[in-house]
Design a protein around this ligand. Structure first.
Ligand code: PGA
Length: 249
């Protein structure tokens, strides 16, 4: 099975009601350009999910950036996958390095969150990636593969799960690994998925994330086993994000 490519925007803690215009602008660019051979997703902050979903923008799915492991209950400030589905989310990112760092999220918690996403029939985008110190110490593959083994739940399938490899040191820094480095990690992830899930392992989309922009997207997306991008900063502007989607035109 060949993975379906995905270009996903992670708006992080950015976006107000006025950002509707950016989504509208993206829709216009997608409609006006050649059809891209990838799915397109925007994950705005929680406050904009229902607004964006109700805009019902042709060809742009809406997703969330995190969720709680439970369905409902006494968890002040938390949001469940069920609520996000209800608001119109189709995908939920779990285990982003900023969650792992800012909220001390472990891979086993990330696995529980992915299960919560799956229970709602949504797709989990599970993030993994090494820090700069881990890369410098030569531990990149060991770290990434351990995060992958623990964070990805048993019931994961290419239909309900997408993997995102995001080197922590490349996020928001303007620095990217070489294409060879990206290919090495993505190929190791692919092999691990095939070992664990058999033939199904070939079907998981594996996204690259970390300082993807229009000028480097085509090269990064052409690396073996790279099936799309998870984009932070450059997803905030419709023209930049569309320039990344160009890699699939
Ligand atoms: P960046 O963020 O594109 O701004 O580096 C990527 C991410 O954190 O998903």
């Amino acid at each position: 099975m060949k993975p379906t490519a995905l270009v996903a925007g992670n708006w992080k803690m950015n976006g107000l009601a006025a950002s509707r215009s950016e989504l509208e602008a993206l829709a216009v660019l997608l409609k006006g350009g050649a059809k891209a051979a990838c799915n397109v997703l925007i994950c705005p902050p929680y406050t904009l999910i229902s607004t964006f979903a109700e805009m019902n923008t042709d060809g742009i799915a809406v997703g969330a950036q995190d969720c709680h492991t439970g369905v409902s209950g006494a968890h002040t400030g938390d949001i469940s996958a069920q609520m996000l589905r209800d608001a119109g989310a189709k995908y939920i990112i779990v285990g982003h390095s900023e969650r792992r760092a800012d909220h001390a999220e472990s891979s086993s918690l990330v696995c529980e969150k992915a299960c919560a996403v799956h229970s709602e029939g949504l797709r989990a985008i599970i993030c993994v990636g090494e820090t700069e110190a881990e890369r410098d110490a030569g531990n990149t593959l060991a770290v990434v593969l351990e995060q992958l083994a623990i964070s990805v739940p048993e019931e994961a399938s290419p239909e309900n799960t997408i993997i995102a490899y995001e080197p922590v040191w490349a996020i928001g820094t303007g620095r990217t690994p070489t294409v060879d480095d990206v290919a090495e990690v993505h190929t190791a992830i692919r092999q691990a998925l095939e070992e664990r899930f058999g033939a199904e392992g070939t079907g998981f989309a594996i996204l690259y994330g970390g300082s993807v922009k229009p000028s480097n997207a085509k090269e990064l997306m052409s690396a073996p086993n790279v099936n799309g991008a998870l984009v932070g900063g450059a997803s905030l502007k419709a023209t930049d994000f569309n320039g990344i989607i160009d890699a699939y035109r």
